[in-house]
Design a protein around this ligand. Structure first.
Ligand SMILES: Nc1nc2c(c(=O)[nH]1)N[C@H]1C(S)=C(S)[C@@H](COP(=O)(O)OP(=O)(O)OC[C@H]3O[C@@H](n4cnc5c(N)ncnc54)[C@H](O)[C@@H]3O)O[C@H]1N2
Ligand code: MOO
Length: 527
């Protein structure tokens, strides 16, 4: 095996950067790369990423950046599909452009999570919420491969590289209004009378000629300013007098015009890696000529309910000792509203063999598993027992109400979040722990818990030693009222609420009017 650095040398940028990761590329895989790059193979597809690399390292040329990106793509292809695929992609010949393109869109395979990533040090009993979150954050990293995605398929995906403007917006100085354009220098204070020249400038129909100083031209919104025009007067502020336009001066220089690149300049980072694409982002990237983005594949979230008492669907009959599954539809919808792909893993009875088989099947098709029920240590708490036997479980006893037990484990390398069975506890744990953790796994980075202070519309004496979340909503005055019961099986309160009130770990005495932290559901991604 030859080193990539030698193959593409003399290219100092590559030495060291790729030395570690790319040494294992098969002999010959990189042979035609440099020529291919000189022929600008895949040049367009690479431009945004290459520009991002160059922005981060001013010493790097665009060409070097493109070579480096292709080398990475080949390496990823090799990891995903083997050395022959990498060799094939790099082999000079008629098929090379397509093959290199395929290599670029091939999966970049992230490293696996460590088996002991959720381990809690010996002797730790109650873990404060903030510490539990710090531990989760340290244990996890993005698990999804990234690839090039056409913009029209990218809604909701998370960028894995910065999206760079291919062109400025607006590309040229243009008019912000319908009116008349002229050179500012030829105008002054008081009544102005400028002869109109033949023709007009419209968006999509630029005026090719020049406008002489002291003359004006009809111009429409979005039209590029013709040569000789730097200022536009609004149509409503003018009158026509035969073949001249009349208005009151002075008009400010550059009035009613938009500077080239005043919105975004070519080469600027329009959106940073880690950003999740929403409707306005699609508008922005389209406006900047970005037809493809590099984005992580969507995180697949499996949701499994456990318990002998659970009946999977409310359409099925349930006896009095049975309950309909409330957590699974809630958690599946939560995964969807967070922008992930929900995968319904159904319901499984309290039978270790069945749970084991279901988890094993699930681990092959999802990136993370949410279970509910059986998370504590009772006789029938099979999820914890099973995960413990597999050797990768950490039962975290969190100083939190509701939601004390949280079981974290890896099953065949896939993280399992074992939520408590009580629906209120399941939702609170999902919002507090799964939301930031999933975002990290998906490539969106860790998410802080957003919220703001409002006046309390309730009284409460809170004990020390644990964080508490209350189901809450705002009164018409904007004060936080809380649900009448704190019982963690009272599902109606979740539905009544429009968010949560978060109370600190310490003891607090709350009186009406005191500030409390309110976390609206939509800010937690629950829509
Ligand atoms: N001796 C102790 N008992 C309990 C403790 C404890 O620390 N010591 N903790 C309590 C708390 S707090 C919670 S929360 C629950 C958590 O228990 P599990 O996660 O083991 O959950 P289960 O016992 O299976 O279920 C609890 C409760 O939730 C209902 N449930 C379960 N799944 C669903 C579902 N999919 N939809 C609707 N409801 C569901 C289940 O029927 C139970 O009523 O443990 C306490 N006990
Ligand atoms: O997690 Mo339990 O439901 O705290 O009450």
């Amino acid at each position: 095996m030859e080193k990539l650095a030698d193959k593409i040398a003399p290219d100092p940028v590559l030495i060291g950067v790729e030395a570690g990761a790319h040494e294992e590329l098969p002999e010959g895989a990189l042979a035609g790369l440099r020529d291919a790059m000189i022929a600008e193979v895949s040049a367009d597809a690479l431009t945004p990423d290459a520009a991002a690399l160059c922005a981060a390292d001013p010493a790097m040329t665009v060409q070097q950046a493109k070579v480096r990106l292709l080398a990475e793509a080949l390496f990823n292809l090799q990891r995903a599909e083997g050395p022959e695929a990498a060799l094939q992609a790099a082999r000079p010949g008629a098929g090379q452009p397509m093959a290199l393109r395929a290599a670029l869109s091939a999966r970049t395979v992230p490293p696996r999570l460590k088996d002991d990533c959720f381990a809690m040090p010996q002797g730790v009993d109650w873990v404060p919420v903030d510490e539990a979150l710090d531990r989760l954050r340290a244990a996890l990293h993005p698990v999804k491969p990234a690839r090039l995605v056409p913009l029209d398929q990218a809604s909701g995906l998370i960028l894995s590289s910065d999206a760079i403007a291919r062109r400025s917006n607006p590309p040229r100085q243009n008019s912000a209004v319908d009116g008349y354009g002229f050179a500012h220098a030829a105008t002054g204070a008081g009544p102005q009378r400028l002869p109109l020249i033949e023709g007009r400038a419209a968006a999509g129909q630029p005026f090719d000629g020049a406008v002489p100083a002291g003359a004006a031209i009809r111009i429409l919104t979005g039209a590029i300013l013709p040569q000789g025009v730097d200022t536009v007067v609004l149509e409503e502020d003018t009158a026509l007098d035969g073949a001249a336009v009349v208005f009151d001066g002075p008009v400010k220089p550059f009035a009613n015009t938009r500077k080239a690149g005043e919105d975004v300049a070519e080469g600027e980072t329009a959106l940073s890696a880690g950003h999740r694409l929403r409707a306005p982002d699609l508008a922005l990237l389209s406006a900047l000529g970005v037809a493809e983005v590099r984005a992580f594949d969507r995180l697949r979230v499996g949701v499994l309910s456990t318990g002998d008492e659970i009946v999977a669907s409310p359409a099925d009959p349930a006896q009095l000792h049975q309950i309909w599954d409330a957590n699974r539809p809630m958690l599946l919808d939560l995964a969807r509203s967070w922008g992930y792909a929900p995968v319904d893993l159904g319901h499984v009875r309290d039978d270790p063999a069945e749970i084991e088989a279901r988890l094993t099947g699930a681990a092959a098709k999802v990136d993370v598993i949410l279970t509910s029920g059986g998370a504590s240590a009772g006789d029938e708490d099979h999820v914890s027992a099973l995960l413990r036997r597999k050797g990768t479980l950490s039962s975290w006893r969190i100083a939190l109400k509701p939601g004390r037990p949280l079981a974290l484990a890896l099953w065949d390398g896939v993280p399992v979040f074992g939520l408590p069975g009580n629906p209120v506890a399941a939702l609170v744990c999902a919002l507090v722990f799964a939301r930031p953790a999933f975002s990290l796994l998906a490539g969106g980075g860790w998410l802080e818990r957003p919220g703001f202070d409002v006046a309390a519309a309730f009284s409460k004496s809170k004990k020390p030693g644990r964080r508490e979340f209350l189901r809450a909503r705002l009164t018409p005055e904007g004060h936080a009222e809380v649900f009448r019961s704190e019982g963690s099986g009272r599902i109606s309160g979740l539905s009544w609420a429009e968010g949560l009130v978060e109370l600190p770990d310490e003891a607090v005495e709350i009186r009406p009017g005191d500030p409390v932290r309110f976390l609206p559901y939509p800010m937690l991604g629950l829509t």
